[in-house]
Design a protein around this ligand. Structure first.
Ligand code: SAH
Ligand code: SF4
Ligand code: F3S
Length: 476
């Protein structure tokens, strides 16, 4: 038994009944109007949120909605929101503001907001007060009850707000999913976060860490592989603590090994790992498992031990670099990426030099860099923050320039190399009409007459840019 509550089957079935009720309503409408009801979804934020939106889209599809990419055509609009930085929230609110106009033209339109931003009470209140065009608001914990909440919204005469739910969190199995794309799929292995990094809102809006049972994960992987997905990313805020809440002797490395044993031609990726829990066992397992991509996203956030301590990260810069060195010793050619926060409260010029040093010494293939954003309710929101914004901006730009400088030779080194890639879509390049991903998840624009979306291909890299490669398929 997991400590987290698994939502009982009869409650999931009850939601399926609401899906049917709405389905009947939609069929009646379709007969009357001669047109199918349409739904539009949009996701802000991380991969977890994208995976959640795919569940919402799955439920909408089963209610008889046709998905549209044009919000103006939609009868139902669902925006799945993010709270990680202020600009993420501002983007959501800006877009919701703009929808007021559409709602006026089309009073029957239903606008729903869900996810991390509205899980925060003050944000749900703000939406209630200042955005009357929004009909339905539900938090991360209420996601599996979406059919019931939408039904109440469609049939009642009041707006519906539901951000209830236990912060301990629940696990809902058996919800429908509508995946986009043919090659790549997300596979959640756990939800929530227990780390409480002092800057971060995620633990407050996603609840405590809880792991899905390995047999449920394996069953979903088998379905994905059977459906033709070849590139599967295991998701969690901190996958390295997978299994700690289960009554089983299983950790993340054990899970990887088990999934690697599933038959079929596919690649397994995972994100995100936390350095404090990334072990040699994990890197040994990655090295030994043929289907596990040789790619590692390991955020270090800052190269200063003082800042790391104040962030509550639980490792030093030296320990971080030793981890990467070990991983590379086991997997030569490993593609490594990381997240960095610039301008954490109290970060000094010297602290920042520490960050630059780690970037220079480590050599990352890809960096995701962010300026610190104050999140109310987190400990760091109360820390002194004397550094002027202009100085933070200058640091940020220095970091970007350094990364470009470090990435260039790494990318150029791919020229002339032969690589196996997974073709995952069509591109806008006339000369290289397909997009593909390397084992390390680098983007490659590809040319070749026998290329097919959803299939692996051998290519030779002809050109390299800072963030992508260009390749041509080899004769068989
Ligand atoms: N669980 C993942 C990160 C999820 S959030 C991990 O710990 O690695 C993704 C990234 O957003 C973080 O790695 C961090 O770099 C950034 N981030 C989180 N909170 C932030 C804040 N308040 N301001 C700026 N960046 C932040
Ligand atoms: Fe946020 Fe830290 Fe949890 Fe990542 S590990 S989600 S940064 S609290
Ligand atoms: Fe944003 Fe929530 Fe992800 S806050 S980054 S969508 S977990």
């Amino acid at each position: 038994m997991t400590k987290a509550r698994v939502v009982p089957e009869e409650q999931i079935r009850r939601q399926m009944d609401f899906i049917d009720f709405i389905g009947h309503m939609n069929r009646d409408k379709t007969e009357k109007n001669g047109e199918k009801c349409k739904a539009f979804t949009h996701t802000y934020g991380c991969q977890q949120n994208e995976a959640d939106t795919q569940k919402i889209a799955g439920m909408l599809r089963d209610m008889g909605y046709e998905m549209t990419e044009d919000a103006k055509q939609a009868d139902v609009i669902v925006l799945n929101t993010c709270a990680v930085r202020e600009n993420a929230e501002n983007r959501v609110l800006g877009n919701v503001g703009a929808l007021a106009h559409l709602k006026k033209q089309k009073p029957g339109l239903t606008i729903a907001l869900c996810g991390c931003m509205v899980q925060q009470e003050h944000m749900a209140e703000k939406v209630k007060k200042s955005y009357p065009q929004v009909d339905l608001v539900f938090g991360t914990h209420a996601l599996w009850r979406f059919p019931e909440l939408l039904y109440r919204t469609l049939t009642g005469d009041r707006r519906v707000f539901d951000i209830s739910g236990d912060a301990e969190g629940e696990i809902a199995e058996g919800l429908p999913v509508l995946r986009d794309g043919k090659a790549h799929a997300w596979l959640s292995i756990m939800y929530g976060c227990n780390n409480f990094c002092t800057y971060c809102i995620v633990p407050y809006v996603r609840g405590r860490e809880r792991s899905r049972r390995p047999e449920a994960i394996e069953a979903e992987l088998r379905e994905l592989v059977a459906a033709g997905y070849r590139d599967i990313t295991l998701l969690g805020q901190n996958v390295n603590s997978y299994g700690k809440d289960l009554d089983l002797e299983i950790d993340f490395s054990d899970l990887l090994r088990r999934l690697n044993g599933v038959e079929g031609d596919f690649l397994l990726r995972f994100m995100t790992s936390h350095p404090k829990d990334a072990s040699h066992k994990l890197f040994d397992t990655m090295a030994q498992c043929g289907k596990v991509a040789k790619q590692l996203h390991l955020p270090f956030q800052s190269g200063s031990d003082t800042v790391l301590r104040r962030m509550n990260r639980g490792y030093t810069a030296e320990q971080y670099q030793a981890l990467i060195a070990y991983a590379r010793s086991r997997m030569p050619g490993l593609v490594v990426s990381s997240d960095i926060i610039v301008g954490f409260p109290g970060e000094t010029a010297e602290d920042f030099e520490g960050t630059l040093r780690v970037v220079r010494d480590t050599g990352f293939d890809m960096l995701y860099t962010f300026q610190y954003s104050k999140r109310s309710g987190t400990p760091a929101a109360d820390y002194d923050d004397p550094t002027p914004q202009a100085e933070k901006q200058a640091r940020f730009e220095r970091l970007l320039a350094l990364q470009d400088q470090c990435a260039e030779p790494r990318m150029l080194a791919y020229q002339g190399k032969r690589l196996r890639v997974l073709v995952d879509g069509e591109s806008r390049h006339a000369e290289y009409p397909y997009t593909a991903r390397t084992d390390g998840n680098l983007l490659v624009y590809c040319a070749g007459e026998r290329l097919k979306v959803g299939e692996f291909a051998d290519i030779v890299i002809e050109k390299a840019a800072l963030r992508s490669l260009y390749g041509r398929q080899q004769e068989a």
